[in-house]
Design a protein around this ligand. Structure first.
Ligand code: 1GP
Length: 231
């Protein structure tokens, strides 16, 4: 799993709870992006997850589920991303939900398809920050220390800097990237132009594009080449 993810430069994140036409989905899947992540923070159900997965499955690109709701884990994805919110103040988002899931469904879990992501949530005014009670007011040193704890103590293979809904601090993302030896750095949040996509691609290993798919599909599609051309 991690070897596959390490090759991804650009990824689209599609939200089960938002409408996307077949035509738009076709453009997203044929855009040249490396993969699709299915995931969202609210309104996630088993049915809307199955529905979106089966529509994406008509295409050849990898499709993984970012698990945020225990009731909506659907078999058939190429892999399952399991967020561990490093700066959550509510510990259930660090390990509580995971423990409960294993207790309840342990015998069903395809362990080799799971991969943990150390999330650092940095946009205070986002659903994920509110839900997890994330401490988003971090100094550079504090954020770097979270990333290092995740990589060196917890041996998490992925660090995900989540600015969902706003464009983040590229200097901070770059600082964190420079401190990582092994972990793969994913950036997501507020990418709505080629320029922002390029900036993010310069400091992160993988760039995730979400919201703009639903508000300006053409701009979203252009981010693929912007990321891929960036060195
Ligand atoms: C959300 O990181 C992703 O989980 C992408 O963020 O929706 O702001 O593009 P945007």
């Amino acid at each position: 799993m991690i070897d596959m993810i390490k090759q991804w430069r650009h990824v689209f994140k599609l939200d089960q709870d938002r409408e996307i036409s077949d035509e738009a989905l076709d453009k997203v899947c044929m855009s040249g992006t490396d993969a699709i992540i299915v995931g969202g923070s609210s309104g996630i159900t088993y049915d809307n997850t199955v529905d979106l997965m089966s529509r994406i499955r008509r295409y050849e690109l990898p499709c993984v589920l970012e698990v945020s709701d225990l009731e909506a884990v659907v078999p058939g994805f190429d892999g399952y991303l399991i967020p561990i919110v490093l700066n959550a103040t509510d510990s259930k988002w660090m390990i509580g939900q995971h423990q409960q899931a294993i207790e309840r469904y342990g015998y069903l879990i395809p362990w080799d398809l799971l991969i943990a992501e150390g999330y650092i949530v940095l946009h205070a005014n986002s659903t994920v920050a509110r839900m997890t009670g994330a401490d988003t007011e971090l100094t550079t040193e504090a954020a770097v220390a979270y990333a290092q704890a995740a990589e060196r103590l917890l041996h998490l293979p992925i660090i995900y800097m989540e600015y969902s809904g706003t464009f983040g601090d590229m200097e901070l993302v770059g600082d964190i990237h420079r401190q990582l030896d092994q972990a793969h750095l994913i950036y997501g949040g507020g990418i709505d132009s080629c320029d922002r996509a390029e900036q993010a691609a310069q400091v992160a290993d993988t760039v995730v594009v979400g919201n703009i798919i639903y508000s300006d599909l053409q701009k979203a599609l252009e981010t693929v080449q912007a990321v891929k051309q960036s060195v």
